[in-house]
Design a protein around this ligand. Structure first.
Ligand code: UDP
Length: 381
């Protein structure tokens, strides 16, 4: 491949890797993918821990789930998935409850044995005490869905740790990510398809970028290569404010720190993710990765990550965009600058669009971006 490729993708996460795969396989064009990290896969990357033999998700638990047939069909070309179904438990006041809120959570929390209809009526009455028809923020939305006692127990403390904002300042849609169920279905997600790649995300990303027309260069910062790429069309999946040198200010991100431990037991918590709802416990959750692969031989060892949430500072990994009016305004200003870079630069992905995306959202958006923007604008031109 020439030193000056016609198309360069910045970022080797889901967005960049899917668009690269499409450019190579569908358009038959060469493409260069660069990433400042030393691995592909973005925040979905997984690897095997040498000490325990357990595959871990370097940036916290990633469970692939979708109800989009196009996404499932597309991604299944590059991996098979195991039968893992995500179930989360929440530690609250010294007791363990099923999360998200379902009939088991309600009955255990209140010490009742309600039927589905009784529970629905019970929660409707609870919510009517101080719920509002038009919920304007996360707290009002949560209270309207599950009533104040369950909100106080499972949502308020966790959300305060996760976002360090008053739940009244956060948008309602953060909480509507979680279903409320009046059954004993304790699945975390309600999607049709779900699983963990059988060969890990490492296997998935290797296949996704295996096409001979794709060249991946790792450990390469876009800032250092910018001048040499001036002739290339760019698909930029990095942070949009960074692209513009933060000239309008910094978009806020939440980041997480992981405390890694290899406890001297074969199984630390009996499940992949345990949330910690109480505000006086500093971590939000503990990940125990071996549970993501029940189909694999048990190594008799385990590896856990305690997750702590905080504001991202310069140089930190960006995890969650913070959906406030100020950030939305700032992003809109950057998006207006980005529009002036067209047609030669396409901004996309979680970091490029300042969006809270699950992996399937990222794949769907990347496929859409390729078909509707990249191909007509950069390839068919
Ligand atoms: N949440 C909560 N308690 C929980 C789990 C989630 O309050 O036990 C809230 C919290 O505000 C969180 C949001 O629900 O940010 C969405 O949770 P989800 O598990 O989808 O977040 P992610 O896995 O993306 O961090």
């Amino acid at each position: 491949m020439s030193a000056f490729p016609r198309i360069c993708i910045v970022g080797a996460g889901f967005t960049g890797s899917v668009i690269a795969e499409r450019i190579a396989s569908d358009a038959g064009m060469p493409v260069l993918v660069i990433d400042r990290r030393r691995h592909i896969g973005g925040n979905s990357w997984s690897e095997i821990d040498a000490e325990t033999g357990v595959e871990f998700h370097k940036y916290g638990s990633h469970i692939f789930h979708t109800s989009e047939q196009e996404v499932w069909k597309y991604i299944s070309q590059f991996t098979r998935f195991n039968d893992y179904r995500h179930h989360v438990w929440s530690m609250c006041g010294g007791h363990v409850y099923a999360m998200p809120v379902n009939l088991s959570t309600i009955n255990s929390f209140y010490g009742l044995a309600l039927t589905p209809d009784e529970a629905r009526e019970f929660i409707t009455r609870e919510a009517a005490r101080d719920g509002r028809a038009e919920a304007a923020n996360l707290e009002e939305k949560a209270v309207s869905l599950i009533g104040r006692p369950l909100y106080e127990a499972f949502i308020r403390g966790y959300t305060a740790k996760q976002w360090e904002k008053d739940p009244k300042e956060l948008p309602p849609d953060i909480i509507t990510r979680l279903p409320v169920r009046y059954t004993y279905d304790t699945r975390y997600f309600s999607d049709i398809w779900e699983g963990i790649p059988l060969d890990g995300y490492v296997g998935l990303f290797r296949k996704l970028s295996a096409h001979p027309l794709i060249e991946v260069r790792l450990g390469m910062d876009f800032a250092d290569l910018r001048d040499s790429l001036s002739e290339a069309a760019l698909i930029y999946t990095g942070a949009i404010d960074e692209y513009f040198g933060f000239r309008l200010g910094r978009l806020e991100w939440r980041t997480v720190d992981f405390e890694v431990e290899r406890p001297a037991c074969a199984d630390f918590q009996g499940t992949a993710v345990m949330n910690y709802a109480d505000p006086d416990i500093p971590h939000t959750r503990i990940h125990e990765f071996k549970h993501f692969h029940p189909e694999r031989q048990d190594t008799g060892k385990t590896l856990i990550f305690r997750e702590y949430s905080r504001w991202a500072c310069k140089g930190d990994e960006a995890y969650y965009p913070v959906d406030t009016a100020a950030n939305r305004r700032l992003y809109a200003d950057y998006a207006a600058l980005a529009a002036h870079e067209a047609p030669d630069v396409v901004f996309c992905g979680r970091l490029g669009q300042y969006a809270y995306m699950d992996m399937d959202d990222a794949v769907a958006a990347a496929l859409h971006c390729y078909t509707n923007t990249v191909r007509p604008r950069l390839l068919d031109a």
